[in-house]
Design a protein around this ligand. Structure first.
Ligand SMILES: [Fe+2]
Length: 348
């Protein structure tokens, strides 16, 4: 893996080593980032003279990246088609045959875990008209990625992938009116909605080839560490770790996706909410790994602030990953200091 002078860096080259702040070791740009002129300019402007890249001539690499993205898109499409069929047959009261999605789940896990920019790709993936369906697929991908960051075995990655796809399967038994209500549910409706956890557990328990951990994830993904969740009000030690992983990915994806009754929020707002919940409602260790890793993806992204300013994320603080430093024009806005400023939108 060659080291090159930053003056020789060209768009399309791929970093093979993180670029870190020399003083505090904070990662500024992660390995795997594809350089563009904006990023090259920024690297030079902070005084970095040399960068590690995968190879000097990047045509092959670029091709590889395009191929990788194409592969992920194709696999996602196949995964989506097969999962849709499976969910549809459950809706019709048939017993699901889990082996039908086993191979494509393997492919998806492979690609999600080797890719350096799953979050970016998640944003690009085809939008589905059916929120529940799209949500299930995306939670599955996020959960697999998080499980990889937590160093789970390949066997567990697959189980967590299934747990993501099926966590809300019980909603197939909730009426359309409640599921798609354009507004807050009243208490009667909410009581009905809560039952999707138990319905999901029952469906999955009855399905041949489904691990108990996957069924428990459907049952427990709305349980919270302090016992304030549902359906049973279990506390931390009684909640299966897979369900704790799904809970975080469920919240993150729900908050960052447009819904009938609420428009999406920025990933940083979702991350801040998760950070707040990690004090009492979400597993703090898992939340920490999620926040640390997910924030790094956004270095180099252009964002819109609630002040109306547009800027670029240039630094993620190690201990406060949800409050990065933004370069706006010639100046810098440190969200760690400017407590009232928020990232409203990630533009690209
Ligand atoms: Fe749910």
């Amino acid at each position: 893996m060659p080291i090159i002078d930053i003056k020789e860096a060209m768009p399309g080259m791929v970093l093979s080593k993180n670029i870190e702040n020399e003083e505090n070791g904070i990662t500024l740009i992660t390995s795997g980032t594809v350089l563009n002129s904006r990023i090259i300019e920024r690297i030079s402007s902070i005084g970095i003279k040399y960068v590690h890249i995968f190879q000097k001539i990047e045509e092959d690499k670029e091709l590889l990246i395009v191929e990788e993205e194409y592969e992920l898109q194709e696999t996602h499409k196949e995964f989506a088609d097969k999962t849709k069929k499976l969910l549809h047959s459950i809706q019709l009261g048939k017993k699901p045959v889990i082996t039908e999605i086993s191979d494509v789940m393997d492919d998806l896990i492979n690609q999600v875990t080797k890719s350096n920019n799953v979050l970016g790709k998640l944003r690009q993936l085809q939008k589905e008209s059916d929120y529940l369906f799209e949500h299930s697929i995306k939670v599955s991908m996020l959960a697999t990625m998080l499980a990889k960051w937590l160093n789970y075995s390949n066997k567990d990655l697959k189980l967590i992938g299934y747990a993501g796809v099926f966590h809300d399967i019980g909603k197939l038994k909730i009426s359309h009116d409640i599921l798609n209500k354009a507004g807050k549910l009243n208490s009667r409706e909410f009581e009905i909605m809560k039952k999707h956890t138990v319905y999901g557990y029952n469906i999955l328990q009855d399905t041949i080839g489904v691990s108990k951990s996957v069924a428990l994830s459907a049952l427990q993904h709305h349980e919270r560490e302090d016992g304030s969740g549902y359906p049973l009000g279990f506390k931390s030690e009684k909640i299966h770790e897979f369900a704790q992983i799904i809970a975080i990915c469920d919240i993150f994806n729900a908050m960052t996706t447009d819904k009938v009754y609420k428009s999406k929020q920025s990933p940083f707002k979702a991350a801040e909410y998760i950070a707040r919940c990690s004090f009492n409602k979400l597993n703090p260790r898992i939340a920490r790994v999620f926040l640390d890793n997910i924030s790094k993806f956004y270095v180099g992204n252009v964002v819109k602030l609630n002040t109306g300013d547009i800027g670029e994320i240039i630094l993620i603080h190690k201990n406060e990953p949800t409050r990065p430093v933004i370069k706006v024009g010639e100046g810098f806005v440190d969200l760690l200091i400017e407590k009232n400023i928020e990232i409203e939108e990630v533009i690209n």
